[in-house]
Unconditional design. Structure first.
Length: 278
C-alpha cells in the first residue's frame, strides 16, 4: 500500500514502511517501524521499540525480535544511537553490535550513525522527529540521522554528509537521501523563538518552510527544510525522496509525541548493508 512516497507492508502481522527509490540497491535493507505487530499494551501498543518510555524491557526486546524476523534483519546486528538533539555522528562496525539494545549504551549524544561494513544494522529512534537516510552507492556506505527541530536547524543532514566524506570518501553528488515519517507541515505549529532560528537560515529559502500565522504562531515544514539542507550540501534533487508521511495524521499507524502529550511508544529507522550483498 502506498503511503505518501513510501510503501507500507505487513509480514507476520508486523507493519513497516520502506522507500521504493532505495529498493534499486539490492545490497541494501531498509525499513521504518510502525505500531503494528508487537506485544506491548496500552499507550505502547503494540510495536514499541523504545526502552525509555516505561514499557517492560521484556516487551521491547520481543518487539525487536519480531520486527527483525519479519523484515530480515539479524537481531544481533542492531546498533543504536544515543540521541539528544545534537549533530554528533558516530562511525560503527561489528564491534558495536548490540550497543543500546542488547548491550548498554557506551556513550551519550549520538544522533547519527554511519558504516561501510556489511551486516551492521543502524537503528535510530522517532515519534515526530525527522529520520534521514543516506546511501552512497559508489563507496557502499550508509548513514542514518535523527533530526528534530534543533537538529534540522543545525543542519544535521550536512553534518552527516561531511562525516561520510571524511570516513568513506563519500561525494554528496552520488548520495541518495530519504526523509522519513515525522510530524508534517500540516500539524507542526511553533512559537516565534523557534521560527526565528529557521528564518535565520538565509542561505536557504526559509519562506518555503516557515509560514507565519496569527497570534505569534508559525507553521514549520521540517521536510522542506531538510530537503533544502541536503540539496545545498550537494545531493542532487532527483536523489532526494521526501516520504511525506505525517506521524500526527496517522496516529493509528505511527506514534506521535505531540498528539499524545508524550504518552506513547517509540518507532525506529533501520538501515543495513546486506551481508549477502553482491
Amino acid at each position: 500500500m502506498q503511503l505518501g512516497q513510501m510503501e507500507y507492508q505487513e509480514k507476520n502481522g508486523v507493519g513497516f514502511l520502506t522507500f521504493p527509490q532505495l529498493e534499486q540497491f539490492s545490497w541494501l535493507r531498509q525499513a521504518f517501524s510502525t505500531r503494528k505487530g508487537g506485544v506491548s499494551t496500552g499507550e505502547f501498543s503494540t510495536m514499541n521499540l523504545s526502552f525509555g518510555r516505561g514499557d517492560s524491557r521484556g516487551n521491547v526486546e520481543e518487539n525487536y525480535r519480531r520486527f527483525c524476523t519479519a523484515v530480515g534483519f539479524s537481531p544481533d546486528s542492531l546498533t543504536a544511537s544515543a540521541q539528544d538533539h545534537h549533530t554528533v555522528v558516530r562511525r560503527v562496525g561489528k564491534g558495536d553490535w548490540g550497543v543500546g539494545i542488547w548491550r548498554p549504551k557506551d556513550r551519550e549524544s549520538v544522533d547519527g550513525l554511519c558504516t561501510d561494513e556489511p551486516g551492521v544494522t543502524l537503528v535510530t529512534y522517532y515519534a515526530d522527529c525527522v529520520p534521514l537516510y543516506f546511501v552512497d552507492p559508489e563507496h557502499r556506505a550508509i548513514g542514518l540521522a535523527h533530526a528534530g527541530w534543533r537538529g534540522t536547524v543545525a543542519q544535521m543532514g550536512r553534518e552527516m554528509l561531511r562525516r561520510m566524506e571524511e570516513e568513506f570518501g563519500t561525494r554528496p553528488c552520488e548520495v541518495y537521501a530519504a526523509i522519513g515519517p515525522s510530524i508534517g507541515p500540516c500539524c507542526y505549529e511553533v512559537d516565534e523563538p523557534v521560527a526565528r532560528e529557521f528564518l535565520a537560515l538565509t542561505h536557504l529559502r526559509p519562506e518555503n518552510f516557515v509560514e507565519e500565522k496569527s497570534g505569534g504562531k508559525y507553521q514549520l515544514n521540517l521536510w522542506e527544510c531538510n530537503r533544502q539542507v541536503l540539496a545545498a550540501a550537494g545531493v542532487p534533487e532527483s536523489h532526494i525522496t521526501v516520504g511525506g508521511v505525517c506521524t500526527q495524521c496517522h496516529q493509528e499507524l505511527l506514534f506521535s509525541h505531540r498528539a499524545t502529550a508524550g504518552k506513547r511508544g517509540g518507532m525506529a529507522a533501520f538501515l543495513e548493508i546486506r551481508e549477502d550483498a553482491r
